[in-house]
Write a protein that binds this ligand. Sequence first.
Ligand code: NAP
Length: 224
Amino acid sequence: MRYAVLGTGIVGRTVAARLVSLGHEVVIGTRDPESTLTRAEYADWQAGQPEVRLATFPEAARYGEVLVNATGGQASIAALTEADSAHLDGKVLIDIANPLDFSQGFPPFLDPANTDSLGELIQRSFPGLRVVKTLNTMNCQIMVDPARVPGDHNVFLSGEDPDAKKTVRELLSSFGWTEASILDLGGIETARGTEMLLPVWLRLMGSLGHADFNFHIQGAHPAP
Ligand code: NAP
């Protein structure tokens, strides 16, 4: 499968590397490839991942059969606008971003929140996209390697399109998520709930002193 990972931060790099390890063809999207290559952290990573091609957001989006949104949550609409609707329409977008606003320092706050979510905002702004919100409630190392956290724990799905969710389930399964660990919460409106786990997640990280943990929903079996 041809994947476009939009975002060159730690999440984009981690997901892109995992996709390559699974045999997929991956392009990673950025605003300005030349400038991104001048960042030591990115350049070091790219040197170890020669199969991943760095491209502009529109080039990456045009290439990808499935897209991953790993851009900053406050920048996602700008990044997708730059990617161009013509390259988005009909495609599955795996939305990992959280709308965290760091403008007033740490801890960040969520915007939008409560009566809206980034997942919904993306789906409204780009109606041709088939948005599935997932993986946003854990550290990126766990997204692609759930066995890092011992025992049962969960990943959530939100989205309107059953076929898109099926595609995402298959990908999650290839990352190591079991069927039982994937909890489908319903439509994209349910992204409000998972995005609003972030203030809890951030306080847990502060209190535990590490990010190698995840949410486990006890009793998450189907209703009788
Ligand atoms: P990040 O620093 O939040 O975002 C980096 C990406 O955002 C870069 O590709 C950057 O483009 C793009 N970007 C920034 N400002 C932009 C603008 N004005 N217009 C267009 N694009 C812009 O990266 P991250 O830490 O890897 O996180 C990615 C997303 O995953 C975030 O939404 C975060 O909340 C979410 N998330 C992170 C974790 C985690 O483990 N860190 C876990 C769960 C969810 P350039 O490449 O051009 O610089």
